[in-house]
Design a protein around this ligand. Structure first.
Ligand SMILES: Cc1ncc(COP(=O)(O)O)c(C=O)c1O
Length: 344
């Protein structure tokens, strides 16, 4: 029986419709701005995110790092939740590429609020690095796919504005947040200087993220992308998959959320596991007396791949390439591995 791969939504493969669109894509040299499919994707993404312009970039990490470079000056601090992607998983990129350092705060649930911004402000002093930028992550990956609403996002952005700070949204899974809340993605991206969204996670594209913002910022972002070696040529073959993703892969994320709820309920029945109800497609379980790698190895013996995020944190992520039946199989595997009561 094939493995049920719940390690990440990045394992998704392009759909047959994407492969057809990629094969038929009209292309040109994007260095000259002449790839019609890339241009079409950038325009469609900017519209959906409610920003003036957008740039197609190879990865979410590169989009975040470009945004940090465009929105900061060397010597500044970047406020972000301590478990956010820009703090944990970008190889200290902000320090290396932009000369800025993270100012991490513990928000508990990944949702940065106005009080975190106000609490991080410092009186100006000759010998203190000023805050320059705030990075929000929606949904929040390590906190368990938690969602910030449009109202919460507006409130924190307005606290940033009062303090003269720029705002970038790491919306790798903003699509999931929008579907969970039943609002257009633009509602969750409004007011930020830049927003990044990923096409290669739950939306199944093989490659690609989008950075959106004002036309002037995106022009600067294009130059930084070039400097980082992220300029592409006939990238329309990739952008074609992105267009299919925007048109047909967003609404179905609700299925992934329902499957994650099933897994969260199953994990909650396991002894020695703390788990929050799944808000989107990510389930994070905190293990009291077993290591995450030991549990992941045991699950693999039952045909299920799970992520060991750190010593005691197990992550299960639902996506297009795991069905309801696969998640039911994974629930039974959890019950066996933990000796938990079976599902009724
Ligand atoms: C919240 C978040 N931001 C950014 C990224 C980076 O995306 P990429 O893997 O395309 O670099 C990820 C990837 O998992 C993520 O979860």
């Amino acid at each position: 029986m094939p493995l049920v791969d719940l390690r990440s939504d990045t394992v998704t493969r392009p759909t047959p419709a994407m492969r057809r669109a990629m094969a038929a894509a009209e292309v040109g040299d994007d260095f000259y701005g002449e790839d019609p499919t890339v241009n079409q994707l950038q325009e469609a993404a900017a519209r959906r995110l409610g920003h003036e312009a957008a740039l197609f970039v190879p990865s979410g990490t590169m989009a975040n790092e470009i945004a940090i470079r465009v929105l900061t000056e060397p010597g500044q601090e970047v406020l972000a939740d301590e478990r956010s992607h820009v703090v944990q998983y970008e190889m200290a990129g902000m320090a290396v590429l932009s000369g800025v350092v993270p100012h991490p705060v513990d928000t508990g649930d990944g949702r940065l609020r106005p009080e975190h911004v106000r609490g991080a402000l410092k009186p100006p002093a000759l010998n203190r690095a000023p805050l320059g930028l705030v990075v929000l992550e929606n949904t929040h990956n390590l906190a368990g796919g938690t969602v910030s609403t449009a109202e919460e996002t507006r409130a924190v952005i307005s606290a940033c504005r009062e303090a003269g700070l720029h705002v970038h949204i790491d919306g790798a899974r903003l699509w999931n947040a929008a579907v969970a809340l039943g609002v257009p993605p633009a509602e969750l991206a409004r007011g930020a200087d830049t927003v990044m969204v990923t096409l290669s996670k739950g939306l199944c594209c093989p490659v690609g993220s989008i950075l959106a913002g004002s036309a002037a910022r995106i022009e600067k972002a294009r130059r930084v992308r070039q400097q980082l070696g992220g300029g592409m040529r006939q990238a329309g073959v990739l952008a074609a998959a992105g267009l299919v993703a925007l048109e047909s892969m967003v609404a179905r994320l609700a299925e992934d959320h329902a499957n994650a709820r099933l897994l969260a309920e199953s994990l909650a029945r396991c002894p020695g596991v703390r788990v929050a109800p799944a808000a989107t497609n990510i389930v994070v379980g905190h293990l009291e007396d077993r290591t995450a790698s030991e549990v992941a190895t045991a699950l693999k013996g039952h045909g299920v791949l799970a992520g060991a995020m750190d010593g005691r944190t197990l992550r299960l992520v639902t996506h297009h390439d795991v069905s309801r039946g696969d998640c039911e199989r994974a629930s039974s595997a959890l019950a066996e591995v933990f000796g938990a009561p079976a599902r009724r």
